[in-house]
Design a protein around this ligand. Sequence first.
Ligand SMILES: [Zn+2]
Length: 294
Amino acid sequence: MQARFHAIWSEIAPKLQEALLPFIGDDNFPAMLTAEQIESVKQISGLNDHALALALLPLAASCSLTPISHFNVGAIARGESGNLYFGANMEFADVPLQQTVHAEQSAIAHAWLHGEKKLVSITINYSPCGHCRQFMNELNSGTQLEIFLPNRPHLTLADYLPEAFGPRDLLDTPLLLDTVHHGHQLTTHDELVQAALEAANRSHAPYSQSHSGIALQDEKGRIYTGRYAENAAFNPSLPPLQAALIFMNMSGSDCLSIKRAVLVEGENSRLSQWNATQSTLTALGCTKTEQYTF
Ligand SMILES: [Zn+2]
């Protein structure tokens, strides 16, 4: 079992421990459970879907990286596929707070990067902040997304975000988690560059059309990609680097172990991720950051 789960494990109910151990006991546990695994966990633990998502929150929160606030938030996103994806907040020392990732963004980006096409619900251990309510309003689930919290009534995003401003106020375009492919190409055979290009092709940037993606390689040679997730209200947009750091962290890799990073974006895009990406990666100790443009 990964070290991050050790401290909280003793607080998990014995029946749930027994049910989860075959999955979470694996050092390569990807902080997600497939629909099939969930059926087995529910059968052994006796928990229903809702109770299980709530019971998993402390495990998700133990994936938080909070050197500034020490305030750990966990989230569990349920995909249309039936899979559950962990999410956790992330802060980065020596980097402005605008680069912070919230738990809901983490769970959503995590699901998206695993290929999930729509979310049904999200379970969180604290009420979603305004920033996250707006971020979630970009999803193709719309305001019908169900939101669960401990000891609170079952509500939807429409309840948390009345009089919402969202994508439909601007454009009739694909929404976040819709399948897109922008068709950009690069001739290099470099595996990391091609991974970043594929991420850019699947990015969500309907307002600026500034598609971008990134690929990070850790010390073991593993590759984590991140796609830009633009937001109708602009500021809650999630940069590609943050999406990749989410994927890397949730996959159990150390965000301070990035050996090489490649950002891919458009040469004539209206905005660039390059300066912010390079600056944050330098703070994370990555000395090899490259930019490729299509
Ligand atoms: Zn938030």
